[in-house]
Design a protein around this ligand. Structure first.
Ligand code: PLP
Length: 471
């Protein structure tokens, strides 16, 4: 038969939409999805087949079985949630691409309870009058940091923008060259400064900035002295920065307030556990810093938020700024944040119940049994097809926090001469419960630090699903 005739015959054999819709596979969908939607998808599937025929393709399965199958898959795929849970086996505790901090159970419960109905978000229950949404967490934040007043906005980037705008619009902001940072998502201090209408005055050098550099730069037009915690990189070697209390003293002597962007802002002193050199928020407040900002979902382990603490007079001004209204936090964030902060009232409780802190503090020794459980499960999946081992590894804090810190951990590794591990890694992102792994030194690595113990069986199941899809 000529190609042209074959093409006409194929086009003639395309079933009508109703034939596909009457197929049992499509009838099965009817209970769950609207008829209108299923018909639309069936029309699309048939149209796509028509286009492939017209483009010259000859090998197309046009049976109602095949087309109904395609319709069912497409309908289910379109209704499946795009945004969903994944398992983090990368060992990066605060993984920005994976949503940073997983919330404490108490925070999850608080979200659930407030989400379902009405709340006293902006109502003072004691007086029956209009209240402030910030009042719910302000006292708690002050208690935990020793600050006079506090405010919460959408995230720390917003906090920095708000503070610079209110305090230094049309004025100069003095910053050490060693702190002129860019954090993830191309948020640059210099750009934010421009957006806020403040003028950046860089002082010192990349590695060394002295008291006198700041002193010489401060003049009548100075609105703020800014200190940015270099949370995501380290300058080591021949370096100098004034101590925080020295910076505060020299700025206050000239009547200029100090703002510190702490980045992570830990409420627990991780240094006492041998982790990093991150100062706590309380230390900055005690050093006399006038305004401190930090993230709610980095080392604090709560919801995405920018927390601002400091002297009453400045926080008052920030609350009145119009931008605060645009940057305000929503009720679910407040619920999660309050519940998380409450856990910190008892530091031991926070260490057990705030997942970020708990994960960071787990020792390799504590992680070993989980590595063994996972390794046994994976060995069961692969049998002879792969070698599963437990190896020393190093986890990272992530989220632009404590960049040089490496936490000893266990990796369960999979090596194989029979399976394509890059394909397996790919399939692990396509199974119902995706698992994010790392591929290095010819092996697929599963770091147990960031896998919750409750997820171990799910990882094994996902690996089984993924390996089934390898064919
Ligand atoms: C992470 C970070 C920010 C931004 O905080 P977000 O909560 O992600 O908006 C700002 N400054 C520093 C120093 C940071 O580390």
């Amino acid at each position: 038969m000529l190609a042209k005739d074959l093409r006409s015959e194929l086009l003639r054999s395309l079933p009508a939409v109703h034939r596909v819709l009457d197929h049992p596979l499509c009838l099965e969908l009817a209970g769950q999805y609207s008829h209108k939607w299923i018909s639309k998808v069936a029309g699309d599937v048939i149209q796509a087949a028509r286009e492939r025929i017209l483009a010259g393709e000859m090998q197309i399965d046009l049976t109602p079985d095949a087309l109904a199958q395609a319709v069912a898959e497409r309908v289910k795929r379109q209704f499946a949630a795009n945004y969903r849970p994944v398992i983090n086996a990368t060992g990066v505790v605060l993984h920005t691409n994976l949503g940073r901090a997983p919330l404490a159970e108490a925070a999850v419960k608080a979200i659930e309870e407030t989400a379902r109905g009405y709340t006293n978000l902006e109502l003072n229950l004691a007086t029956g009058e209009r209240g402030s949404r910030y009042a719910h967490v302000e006292e708690l934040i002050c208690e935990l940091t020793g600050a006079e007043a506090a405010l919460v906005v959408n995230n720390n980037a917003a906090a920095v923008l708000l503070i610079l705008t209110e305090m230094a619009k049309g004025k100069k902001v003095i910053l050490s060259r060693g702190q002129l940072v860019e954090i993830g998502g191309s948020f640059r201090v210099s750009e934010v400064m421009r957006a806020s209408g403040a003028t950046l005055v860089e002082v010192g050098t990349t590695n060394k900035t002295h008291d006198y550099d700041y002193e010489r730069a401060i003049d009548d037009e100075t609105g703020l002295v800014l200190r940015v915690h270099t949370s995501n990189f380290r300058i080591v070697g021949f370096t100098h920065q004034p101590e925080l209390h020295e910076l505060v003293a020299l700025s206050h002597a000239r009547g200029v307030p100090v703002f510190e962007d702490l980045g992570s802002g830990s409420l627990v002193d991780l240094r006492r556990h041998g982790i990093g050199d991150e100062p706590t928020v309380g230390e900055s407040v005690r050093a006399g810093v006038d305004i401190v900002s930090f993230s709610g979902d980095k080392l604090l382990g709560g919801a995405q938020a920018g927390i601002i603490v400091g002297k009453q007079e400045y926080i008052k001004r920030l609350k009145k700024n119009q931008m605060t209204r645009a940057l305000r936090v929503d009720k679910l964030t407040l619920a999660a944040l309050e519940a998380t902060l409450r856990l910190y009232l008892d530091e031991e409780k926070a260490k057990r119940e705030v997942p970020t802190v708990w994960m960071l503090l787990r020792t390799a020794e504590e992680l070993r049994p989980e590595a063994e459980r996972l390794a046994a499960g994976l060995a069961g999946v692969f049998g002879e097809r792969a070698v599963v081992e437990i190896e020393h590894g190093l986890s990272q804090v992530g989220g632009g926090s404590l960049p040089t810190e490496e936490l000893p951990t266990w990796h369960v590794t999979v090596r194989s001469r029979h399976l394509s591990l890059t394909e397996l890694e790919h399939q692990l992102r396509h199974v119902p419960m995706p698992v994010m792994t790392t591929f290095k030194k010819e092996a697929l690595h599963f770091d147990v630090r960031t896998i919750f113990p409750r997820e171990i069986d799910a990882v094994v199941k996902s690996v089984r699903d993924a390996s089934d899809r390898l064919g």
